[in-house]
Design a protein around this ligand. Structure first.
Ligand code: 2BA
Length: 109
């Protein structure tokens, strides 16, 4: 068995939940926060049998879109007052950041 840990944008979370559930996957969702943008995202925990891993990954890829967002970064040069005013930087977020880990043991007790 494998555990898929998928970090997705909040905008895609509801559709991904229903898509996975309709295809018979068990899903746990966690409300998480990205360290860079400091904004909310959603982390899915999906335990899957090895033979269904590729199918689950295809569904994640199909649902999760990449989007552009703005982050603020401190200016690399000081302004006239000696401060480093933040300026907006465009970043492309997603589709999804996915980790697949081996499950050593799985029990429902
Ligand atoms: P955030 O950390 O809020 O990052 C949002 C987006 O900002 C990233 O999109 C990436 O395009 C950009 N970004 C992140 N760190 C950066 C940096 N040091 N310099 C420049 N740009 C940077 P994604 O790569 O699609 O990541 C989306 C979210 O997935 C991340 O949100 C984070 O919550 C998670 N994530 C990504 N890589 C991860 C990793 N290696 N370990 C754990 N979580 C990760």
């Amino acid at each position: 068995m494998k555990l898929i840990i998928a970090i997705v944008q909040d905008e895609d979370a509801q559709k991904l939940t229903s898509t996975l559930m309709n295809e018979g996957y068990s899903v746990t969702k966690l409300a998480t926060t990205g360290g860079f943008l400091r904004s909310g995202n959603t982390t899915f925990l999906i335990g899957v049998d090895e033979e269904r891993l590729d199918h689950a990954m295809e569904l994640i890829e199909k649902v999760c879109k990449s989007r552009k967002q703005f982050a603020t970064a401190p200016s690399p040069v000081a302004d006239t007052s000696g401060g480093y005013a933040p300026y907006p930087v465009e970043v492309t977020v997603g589709g999804a950041t996915v980790f697949v880990v081996e499950v050593k043991d799985f029990r429902k007790i």
